[in-house]
Design a protein around this ligand. Structure first.
Ligand code: HEC
Length: 152
């Protein structure tokens, strides 16, 4: 008797699931893709790049840090980068809207590996020919430059 009851419940449940529209069925059969997403991706806003930086939490823009970032950028980066136009390297206007913060910092800290193995950086090297130079910034300095980039 109990067995029969159980079978009835299961078949009713199955019936309900199969008639209840698409959502419950899809949800139960789709595996958890989110946790498995690769760090390196062709989608720029999912790609965190390759290097020491795996996670950056951004708060409101801090103008004091922006000023320090601008100073570092002027000293170490303007040999190849302009803001507002292409130079030896890409125009960095709006770079934080097309790349993740982690990718940007990894590009600054680990450019050799990035242009060799990251799909986006590889593509840029193909376009700009000259390789992005490692300016030996510390993580803290790279973070300041990132803060400055957020204002561009
Ligand atoms: C020797 C020239 C050179 C110097 C110096 C240089 N870069 Fe680059 N940068 C490039 C080139 C060229 C690229 C495009 C990728 C490539 O060809 O390697 C690039 C790419 C980038 C990108 C990616 C831009 C995009 O559109 O995705 C960022 C961010 C960047 N550089 C930041 C910096 C920062 C910050 C500094 C200073 C610490 C710096 N670069 C110093 C040449 C340079």
């Amino acid at each position: 008797m109990i067995k029969l009851k159980l079978i009835t419940i299961i078949s009713v449940a199955t019936l309900l699931l199969s008639c209840g529209g698409d959502t419950p069925v899809t949800e139960s059969t789709t595996p958890e893709v989110k946790a498995e997403e690769p760090v390196v991706s062709d989608d720029p806003m999912k790609n965190k790049g390759l290097g020491p930086i795996s996670n950056i939490e951004l708060a409101d823009i801090d103008q004091a840090i922006v000023a320090e970032g601008l100073k570092i950028f002027t000293e170490k980066c303007t040999a190849c980068h302009n803001v507002g136009k292409r130079f030896v390297g890409p125009d960095l206007t709006g770079v934080t809207t097309r790349r993740t913060p982690e990718w940007i910092m990894n590009m600054i800290l680990n450019p050799e590996n990035m242009v060799a193995n990251d799909p986006i950086a590889k593509g840029l090297l193909g376009e700009y020919i000259a390789p992005m130079a490692n300016q030996n910034l510390t993580e803290e300095e790279a973070r300041k430059v990132l803060e400055y980039f957020r204002t561009l």
